[in-house]
Design a binder for this molecule. Structure first.
Ligand code: 15L
Length: 277
């Protein structure tokens, strides 16, 4: 990998990963719609809207591998999800393939499987069960990755990212927490491991209390260095209620599966279906 593209470099994960990837590859191209500041050593900075054909085609030129964090990262209105995470993702993969890109690390999400009940152990081989439209777009992204691997020989690692923030604060995030260091390690495996077709792994650190069996990631060489266990006692004794309604508290996706998530009125139309956990 000579030139690696990091999309969504201005987002919550992207900003930190820009730092953890510094120096890892000869050239790191960072892109986002928002101002990313000046280029650091070994960096190229590109302003790009990944829903626009010209920007997409420009940003992938000369790139060997991509960590694709770009797109909407929480629930949104359907039209925006469709334009950005579905249509935009397809066009992005197509342009990347046409430009000769060999590897993509796709930032999927635990919300692709968020409607599975808590306690059920998942290993990435299960059928998707999205808990919101955003999760549904991540199911599409995983299928898109499989399609480009099968039909065009692109190597793709889809990472169902859990909770990538400073610390775990709830029972749910004790299970799904991942440090930026461990997520960076997983992304680098996706870019560098030999003979990758398409694999789905969980973006989690070495957490003891989890619903995910990350055996595929381990087979690919993942050795997480961090663990949410350090906050387990604090979370147990905090008494702070977890956000979400009864459905959200019963399923792995938590608040994303809860009624009125983000106060989106168009959600109400399908709410009646959200009772069978
Ligand atoms: C996600 O997919 C979101 O991008 C992130 O903001 C978190 O909220 C995370 O899921 C989660 O499950 O908590």
């Amino acid at each position: 990998m000579r030139r690696v593209l990091l999309t969504g470099a201005g987002g919550g994960i992207g900003r930190r990963m820009r730092q953890t990837l510094a120096g890892a590859y000869p050239i790191l191209r960072v892109s986002d719609m928002v101002d990313l500041g000046p280029a650091g050593d070994g960096e190229e900075v590109t302003l790009a809207d990944l829903t626009g054909k010209e920007d997409i085609e420009r940003v992938v030129v000369g790139v060997d591998g991509i960590i694709h964090l770009g797109g909407l990262s929480v629930e949104n209105a359907w039209d925006d999800i469709l334009r950005t995470n579905i249509d935009g993702a397809y066009r992005f993969y197509e342009a990347a393939y046409n430009a000769g890109v060999k590897r993509i690390v796709f930032a999927s999400s635990n919300h692709a499987i968020g409607f599975y009940p808590r306690g059920q152990i998942l290993d990435g081989s299960e059928r998707p069960r999205a808990d919101c439209r955003y999760g549904l777009s991540k199911v599409f992204g995983e299928a898109l990755s499989q399609y480009f691997a099968d039909n065009y020989g692109l190597g793709v690692l889809s990472i169902r990212i859990g909770y990538c923030f400073e610390k775990a604060e709830t029972q749910r995030t004790l299970g799904s927490w991942i440090s930026i260091g461990d997520l960076t390690q997983l992304c680098r495996i996706g870019l560098e491991v030999q003979d990758l077709h398409h694999e789905i792994v969980y973006g989690m650190s070495d957490n003891s209390r989890t619903w995910w069996d990350n055996k595929t990631a381990k087979r690919l060489g993942y050795q997480p260095k961090d663990s949410s266990d350090v906050w387990a006692a604090e979370v147990d004794s905090s008494g702070v209620p977890e956000p979400g309604d009864a459905v959200g508290l019963a399923v792995q996706g938590g608040p994303f599966a809860s009624e009125g998530y983000q106060g989106d009125p168009s959600r109400v139309a399908v709410q009646g279906a959200k009772s069978n956990t």
